[in-house]
Write a protein that binds this ligand. Structure first.
Ligand SMILES: [Zn+2]
Length: 94
């Protein structure tokens, strides 16, 4: 790894574009998801989406993981519902 002195220059290529190592396409930075800190993710959006979908499908095949994911989903839904019901309009005043 070599250190780049100019902070905002993306490694290799012109500013504003970035090469996705997966599909080997040079794309504008808008085609990359931004991480926290304003740094683009290494793979372009389509590749990230594909990878996410693949890993999701892979994890779902494992029964234990699937159960855990279901539990998380259930908790999230419950919290969402309680948030909505305890809003300024509607819900019982405690
Ligand atoms: Zn890509």
């Amino acid at each position: 790894m070599q250190v780049n002195r100019t902070k905002h220059a993306p490694t290799g290529g012109q500013q504003g574009t970035k090469r996705c190592p997966k599909c080997r396409t040079v794309r504008p930075l808008e085609d990359f998801y931004m991480r926290r800190g304003g740094r683009p993710s290494s793979y372009c959006r389509p590749c990230t989406r594909t990878a996410t979908k693949a890993s999701y499908a892979r994890r779902r095949r494992d029964a234990a993981t699937l159960e855990r994911m279901r539990a998380v989903d259930r908790t999230r839904k419950r919290r969402y519902r309680s948030l909505r019901s305890s809003g300024p309009t509607g819900g019982d005043a405690a």
